[in-house]
Write a protein that binds this ligand. Structure first.
Ligand code: FES
Length: 105
């Protein structure tokens, strides 16, 4: 299956799902511009911010306290914002589209 990343200016990148990897790792290994993952997935940098579609939001697992704290520090956060490093990808996410925020261009 695949997950599609769409940058703020509309460029899309399809990534093959790798079970056991995080959505952030999937983005960086596919060269998605706008996802840096500077902290390596520790919930500490906020450079893996993604905006999910409402339908998918409930299917990507729970936020932990660190993720919520980091999102709270992000003024541009959307109701369906998440940190991609905290989402474990599974084949169940086949067809999911993820948007990147303007502040991460
Ligand atoms: Fe740093 Fe997700 S990679 S917060």
């Amino acid at each position: 299956g695949t997950i599609t990343f769409v940058s703020y200016d509309g460029e899309s990148t399809e990534a093959e799902i790798v079970e056991g990897s995080s959505l952030m790792q999937l983005a960086t290994s596919n060269g998605v511009a706008g996802i840096d993952g500077d902290c390596g997935g520790e919930c500490a940098c906020g450079t893996c911010h993604v905006i999910l579609e409402a339908d998918w939001y409930g299917k990507t697992g729970e936020h932990n306290a660190e993720e919520l704290q980091m999102l709270d520090l992000t003024p541009e956060r959307e109701p369906t914002s998440r940190l991609a490093c905290q989402i474990a990808v599974t084949e169940a996410m086949d067809g999911m589209t993820v948007k990147l925020p303007e502040f991460q261009m």
